[in-house]
Ligand binder design. Structure first.
Ligand code: FAD
Length: 318
């Protein structure tokens, strides 16, 4: 079922959903199930599965020279989605990137998803490869998510890359896209970022999921700005409970979001990571309660491979 249909079906009740990462190459899929199992009692309408593009690693050869190798550390997005739909009978939402994909790769990926009975896709540009500063599209790939959205929407209309394919079957994907209440790191301004968000929606996206934020006011302000700009689709908040002291620096660095002063002070006072985790859980519960009270249709949690803290939070709310 489409995300938009899940929202209508819930009839105003706030629902719980979450995102998982494929395991590192070499790990068993059971590690994914072990994280999902404890969260199923909160009846998520869908589970997102992230996509991780290739990375470059340099391996030393016998002659001392370095050899550049392309590796994918977390493959398996599509397989995990299929496994989730089979095992839990819940909608799985694969993330799909511009990065690393030609248009032909994208089309073939979407055909696989369609054949697997996947109804939703999260369309993203992706970041630059780790060793590079700027995002570079593939030759014959997409430079921005709005172009990827157009390709998916074209397939929904039965328009394939090969225009000579006649009477081709249509797909029916519900398309999600990303947004950033605190602005995407590359955008010159929030207004500019919202302008391009509008373009993704105009091109066919039906819902939005936000980057994590720790101050609800930032989300509420962003929501008002988007509504004022005529964006009417659901804007699902992304939430992440802080779990370690290290994340105090890592999260702003990696996700380009600010942490509220009160949260920083509470974390700095903690004796160990067990205490930090508790602070993170309590903060996230308060954020979630306020969002729930505001009638937000879905709260989407970034599990990042662990479910114990998400479970504690969900048990207080859902
Ligand atoms: P875009 O919408 O293309 O925007 C990128 C930047 O370009 C923005 O600054 C925007 O303002 C600007 N822009 C957009 N269109 C144009 C245009 N036509 N001309 C000029 N400027 C433009 N990354 C992964 O690798 N895997 C994942 O699974 C993944 N999941 C994510 C899930 C969520 C909910 C979020 C919020 C992010 C996720 N990301 C993931 C990270 C994402 O790939 C990065 O944040 C990436 O840098 C931007 O992706 P986007 O889809 O928002 O890009």
């Amino acid at each position: 079922m489409k995300v938009t249909e899940h929202i209508i079906k819930a009839n105003g009740k706030t629902q719980f959903s979450f995102e998982i990462l494929p395991p590192l190459k070499g790990q068993h899929i059971q590690s994914i199930f072990d994280n999902i199992d404890p969260l199923m009692e909160f009846k998520p309408p869908f589970i997102d599965v992230t996509y991780h593009r290739e990375e470059y690693v340099f391996k030393e050869m016998e002659n001392g020279l370095l050899k550049k190798q392309v590796v994918k550390k977390r493959p398996g997005t599509v397989g995990i989605c299929a496994a989730i739909q089979n095992k839990y009978a819940v909608d799985a939402i694969p993330h799909i990137l511009c990065g690393g994909f030609s248009k032909e790769d994208t089309e073939n990926f979407l055909i696989d998803l369609d054949f697997l009975g996947i109804d939703n896709v999260m369309a993203l540009r992706g970041d630059a490869v780790k060793s590079e500063t700027y995002f570079k599209p593939e030759k014959d790939g997409h430079a921005y998510a709005n172009e990827l959205v157009s390709q998916i929407e074209n397939l929904n209309k039965g328009k394939y890359l090969d225009e000579e394919l006649l009477n081709s079957s249509t797909t029916n994907f519900c398309i999600g896209v990303a947004a950033y209440p605190e602005k995407h790191m590359e955008a010159p301004s929030l207004d500019s970022d919202i302008h391009f968000l509008k373009k993704k929606i105009k091109n066919g996206a039906s819902y939005v999921v936000t980057q994590m934020f720790f101050d609800n006011q930032k989300y509420f302000d962003f929501l008002s700005k988007c509504r004022a700009e005529g964006i009417t689709v659901p804007i699902i908040p992304g939430l992440k409970p802080i779990a370690t002291r290290k994340q105090l620096n890592l999260i702003p660095h990696r996700f380009h979001v600010d942490l509220p002063e009160d949260l920083i002070i509470a974390i700095v006072k903690c004796k160990d990571n067990k205490a930090v985790k508790q602070v993170g859980i309590e903060w996230c519960i308060e954020q979630s309660k306020e969002l729930q009270k505001a009638g937000i249709p879905i709260l989407h949690y970034y599990s990042m491979g662990r479910s114990d803290n998400i479970r504690t939070i969900a048990s207080k709310l859902f």
